[in-house]
Design a protein around this ligand. Structure first.
Ligand code: SAH
Length: 244
């Protein structure tokens, strides 16, 4: 088997945030697989086949990628941001574990700039102290698990990065998340709404949690809820390095 499988992160949107390592992998690929809007970020060229698919087809896509690589293709599976953060790398390993015949394939995971890092850099340093990341989509886990993690993250005074704040299957999920955080005494915390960071549509807005409205977030938004020490001055938001 001389094919290869690379799982690569394209970063949050800007060409400048695609790593040289990922660019090189795309340049030598024969096949690109991924959710259609991400595949659309790869320029077509001769010798390259693009395989866009729906975002609910992750395991099938991962299996297709493994099969193509086993047939000798140089396959790149693309994710936005980092491929290991709520993205395709896990799906590929799930598919690989279920298909022992492909265990000896040459596989690499190439990191990318995940949305929370791009958003944090834009606004200052809100992740400068302990933080966690929660995927608010309940497509792949029960909503009760999400609620529990939110409550415990608030209790532990973590800064919380929220991915997929508006789930397709549960449009009111983010509203409930805000209520849970209010119930835990987080009403005065700073909340950052970072939308389409590093693209021409980028917007970023900071409010106090008490004033946060569910409509301020959509699927292109990364939400960062500060911890009790997170501060704002001028246009910057940061978490101080010392907690007393
Ligand atoms: N693997 C990706 C995350 C996929 S989940 C990563 O590492 O970034 C998709 C979620 O990521 C979106 O719902 C949104 O919350 C966030 N996201 C992705 N790109 C973004 C961007 N450019 N600006 C703001 N949020 C973004």
């Amino acid at each position: 088997m001389t094919g290869t499988l690379t799982i690569a992160g394209l970063g949050p949107g800007s060409e400048a945030l695609v790593t040289p390592e990922v660019s090189a992998a795309l340049a030598s690929a024969t096949d690109i697989l991924g959710y259609a809007p991400y595949v659309a970020r790869v320029a077509p060229r001769e010798g390259l086949t693009l395989h866009p698919s729906d975002n609910r087809e992750e395991l099938q896509r991962a299996t297709d990628a493994l099969r193509l690589a086993s047939e000798g293709h140089h396959v790149v599976v693309v994710s936005s941001g980092d491929p290991g953060v709520f993205a395709m790398a896990s799906a590929v390993f799930e598919a690989l574990e279920a298909s022992p015949q492909w265990r000896d394939l040459s596989i690499r995971v190439l990191p990318g700039v995940t949305a929370m890092l791009a958003a944090a850099a834009r606004i200052g340093a809100p992740l400068g102290h302990d933080f966690c990341a929660i995927n608010l989509s309940d497509n792949l886990k029960p909503w009760a698990t999400i609620e529990k993690r939110l409550r415990l993250a608030a209790e532990a005074d973590f800064t919380i990065a929220i991915y997929n704040p508006r789930s397709v299957s549960r449009a009111d999920g983010f509203a409930r998340a805000l209520e849970i955080l209010k119930d835990f005494g987080c009403s005065e915390r700073l909340v950052i709404f970072a939308r389409s960071i590093s693209t021409p549509d980028e917007t970023i807005e900071t409010v106090i949690l008490r004033d946060a409205r569910p409509e301020m977030a959509d699927m292109k938004t990364l939400v960062i809820v500060g911890n009790s020490a997170t501060r704002r001055f001028g246009r910057w938001v940061y978490a101080p390095r010392h907690e007393r």
